[in-house]
Design a protein around this ligand. Structure first.
Ligand code: HEM
Length: 131
């Protein structure tokens, strides 16, 4: 059945996938996203997405959402950004964030795709250190 296939796709994706509503409240988290941040995906449902961010963005993300919903000018949607994530244990790490917006009857849904850049950054630093 189609919805089971979609669920499998969501769960087996190697990048993290997080969906949230217009207030930044998390609705769904796949296994990879849970692992990235050291949470059980169930723990994250219903929490603000802000808890996954380092200090500055954590306190400003609500404003980012409000500004976008007011102006329709995107800074990440359709563009992507390298940002800093914060794990449950407090460790911070670099990641590539892509966001898209889905307008449904029930309101707006945002989907975030998160790709861990830790090992890429480490390799990049090793290359730089060679010079
Ligand atoms: C905007 C950071 C996770 C949805 C932003 C901006 C930053 C940011 C810096 C504003 C950029 C600017 O105005 O210049 C982060 C960080 C995240 C994170 C550090 C996690 C570690 C997410 C996730 C979603 C999301 C998971 C969606 C499920 C949005 C939306 C906007 C936004 C909808 C406003 C639209 C836009 O600026 O294009 N975020 N974000 N964010 N973020 Fe996040």
């Amino acid at each position: 059945d189609e919805s089971l296939r979609l669920k499998a796709l969501f769960e087996m994706a190697t990048d993290g996938i997080i969906t949230m509503n217009k207030y930044g409240v998390i609705e769904n988290v796949n296994r990879a996203a849970g692992e990235l941040f050291g949470y059980d995906p169930e723990e994250l449902r219903g929490q603000k997405v802000n808890i996954l961010m380092a200090e500055y963005d954590r306190t400003h993300h609500d404003e980012y959402l409000e500004r976008y919903q007011r102006t329709n000018v995107p800074h990440i949607i359709g563009i992507g950004r390298e940002v800093t994530g914060k794990c449950k244990d407090g460790r911070e790490f670099p990641l590539r964030l892509a966001v898209s917006e889905v307008k449904l009857d029930g309101g707006i849904l945002y989907t975030g795709m998160l790709h861990d850049l830790s090992s890429f950054k480490l390799a990049q630093k090793r290359v730089e250190d060679l010079n």
